[in-house]
Design a protein around this ligand. Structure first.
Ligand code: CO
Length: 285
C-alpha cells in the first residue's frame, strides 16, 4: 500500500546574514522538527556576483549531525579537529558533531572570487540520547563515489539507505533514508519505505504527484505513517529529495547550534563552548 500525504507546506524564504538566500521547510513557527530531522535548509538557488559569496565562519555544533549536499558552487570547510576539505557539485559531507566541533563553512576562494550559481542543502539529523556525546566524525562521499541507479526515466543518488538496488556508502547512527530522485516528465517511481519511518519529500525542481497529491518546487510533502511505499509521478521534469528515518521519540531541547534532550544539557553545551572545550580552528592548525 502506498503512503498517503498528511500535509504539504511551503518552504519559507529568508535572507541569512548578509544576503544568503535560504529556503527552509523547517524549522518554522508551524513545524519545529520532523523527528528525527531538525532542519532542512536549501541554500539558494542563487546567482552570486564576483566577491558576493558568503558563508558561515567559525561556529559550534553539539548533539546532532549536519549533512551538506552541494548541487552547484563550491565550499570549503575547516574544523577544530584539524579536518579540512572541499565540497564540489554532487559531493556530500556527513558530519557527526556528537560532543562538539567548531567548524567553518565558507565558499571556496576561487568560487567566491569569480561568482556563479550556488545551490545545495543542509539537513540536520538528530542523534539519539546515547550518541549525543560521541566523538565527532566525518563521512565524505565525493560525487564520483555516490551510489546511484537508473530505471525507466528515473535516476536516484543514494545518500543514505537503499533505492533501485543501490546502497548508500555512509553509516548512520539510526536508520535513515536520504534519496535524490530526478525523473523525466511522465516517469514514476515507487520507493519502498520500511515500517516506522517518518518520511517527507522536498521538491527541488518541477511538479509531481505524491501519493496522488500534487506538489511543486519549494514545497515539503509529509507522508502519513501507514503504508510500505511512496509513489512519485513526474508531471514535468522533476527533482526531489526523499528523506525518512525512524523517529527518536526523545525530548528535544534546542538552542541555535546545540540540540540536546534537556535545557540543562543545552546550558552545559553553551558553557563548554565558551570554555573552549569544543576546541577552536586556530588552535588546531
Ligand atoms: Co555548521
Amino acid at each position: 500500500m502506498n503512503r498517503t500525504v498528511s500535509k504539504i507546506v511551503n518552504a519559507t524564504e529568508t535572507m541569512e546574514g548578509e544576503g544568503f538566500l535560504v529556503h527552509r521547510p523547517f524549522p518554522t513557527n508551524a513545524l519545529n522538527f520532523f523527528d528525527p530531522f531538525l532542519l532542512l535548509d536549501e541554500m539558494g538557488p542563487m546567482e552570486l556576483a564576483p566577491g558576493e559569496a558568503k558563508g558561515a565562519p567559525d561556529h559550534p555544533h553539539r548533539g546532532f549531525e549536519t549533512v551538506t549536499y552541494l548541487l552547484e558552487g563550491s565550499f570549503e570547510h575547516k574544523d577544530s579537529q584539524g579536518n579540512a576539505g572541499r565540497l564540489h557539485p554532487g559531493d556530500v559531507q556527513w558530519m557527526t558533531a556528537g560532543a562538539g566541533v567548531v567548524h567553518s563553512e565558507m565558499p571556496e576562494k576561487e568560487f567566491a572570487r569569480a561568482g556563479g550559481k550556488l545551490h545545495g542543502f543542509q539537513l540536520w539529523v538528530n542523534l539519539p540520547k546515547k550518541d549525543k556525546m560521541m566523538p565527532p566524525r566525518y563521512q565524505d562521499v565525493p560525487a564520483s563515489k555516490m551510489p546511484s541507479a537508473t530505471k525507466s526515466g528515473a535516476r536516484v543518488r543514494v545518500i543514505a539507505g537503499e533505492s533501485l538496488g543501490a546502497k548508500a556508502a555512509v553509516d548512520t547512527r539510526t536508520p535513515i533514508m536520504y534519496l535524490h530522485f530526478t525523473l523525466d516528465k511522465g516517469a514514476s517511481v515507487s520507493q519502498p519505505v520500511p515500517p516506522g519511518y517518518n518520511v517527507f519529500a522536498y521538491v527541488v525542481e518541477g511538479e509531481g504527484a505524491f501519493g496522488g497529491k500534487e506538489a511543486r518546487r519549494g514545497q515539503m510533502v509529509m507522508f502519513g505513517t501507514e503504508g510500505d511505499a511512496v509513489e512519485i509521478k513526474a508531471k514535468t521534469a522533476l527533482s526531489v529529495l526523499l528523506i525518512g528515518g525512524v523517529p527518536l521519540n526523545e525530548p528535544v531541547a534546542r538552542y541555535g547550534p546545540f540540540v540536546m534532550n534537556t535545557r540543562e544539557e543545552v546550558h552545559q553545551a553553551i558553557e563548554d563552548y565558551r570554555a573552549g572545550k569544543m576546541g577552536s580552528i586556530a588552535a588546531s592548525t
